[in-house]
Design a protein around this ligand. Sequence first.
Ligand SMILES: Nc1ncnc2c1ncn2[C@@H]1O[C@H](COP(=O)(O)OP(=O)(O)O)[C@@H](O)[C@H]1O
Ligand SMILES: [Mg+2]
Length: 265
Amino acid sequence: MSDLLKTTNLNLSFGSIVVADNIDFSLKEGERLAVIGQNGAGKTTFINICTGLIRPDSGNIYFADEDITKKSARAIVKMGMVRSFQLPQVYSEHTVRECIELSLAARDNKTSLFKSLSSCVDQKEVYEVLTSIQLLDRSDVLAGSLPEGHKKLLDIAMALVLRPRLLIMDEPTSGVSSQEKHEIMRILMGVLDKYKVTSIFVEHDIDIVSQYATRVAAWISGAIAADGAPDMVLNDPVIQEQVLGQSFSRTEPNMNTVKLVKGVS
Ligand SMILES: Nc1ncnc2c1ncn2[C@@H]1O[C@H](COP(=O)(O)OP(=O)(O)O)[C@@H](O)[C@H]1O
Ligand SMILES: [Mg+2]
């Protein structure tokens, strides 16, 4: 199977700080990759480079075998690579339903001065999206007043409306209470499975990583220090010491039950 996303010899420095250090990376369709790493390791920068928000100093990025290194962020979205940000980008003054309607109208270029927003879009699709992210009963709530977890779901649903082949989520559970995190991820991963979307998610909670990733890549100082099956990466002594921190313990030998005693930063 060919790669959906690939980078070759990607380099970027901000002054004396190397934020991308010769990154060779590839992702196949269907993978669910968790990206882990301490704050400042270069995870967000890597996403910014892949999605066209920042240009690398050197190296190339390919999406579905096409060289996208010089393409605009907008063109990359149109090709099917969509990302969400650490802070959810919802229209706070609009209701949940309107947020989905606005995304659909923008996608299909269907806004009109003479028609209401809701009559510009396919209400069946609005219903389907709201149902799949389990926000149908909150349709009329203002997006800005949703709890953080639901805001994240809405934000990602707005990204999914664009029908991506690859969705990159930068810390989808940050700011979400630990009780809510699993529920949010369960809903999110269910939707991604339903729409057959390949995904990358940056995550600091090792329980979430173990449970939802099919592969893990660990970033240290702008480079990928380990990349492979979750068990392998999370058991790597270098990763345990430098990424996960020393106060990290397991409740059982099985890495699926790894518990993080102190949060990684
Ligand atoms: N636009 C920028 N200009 C200068 N330095 C930046 C910029 N963006 C990020 N950095 C620096 O690059 C490093 C990596 O940042 P980032 O990719 O946000 O890390 P992470 O997402 O892993 O926490 C940090 O030291 C950060 O301060
Ligand atoms: Mg970041």
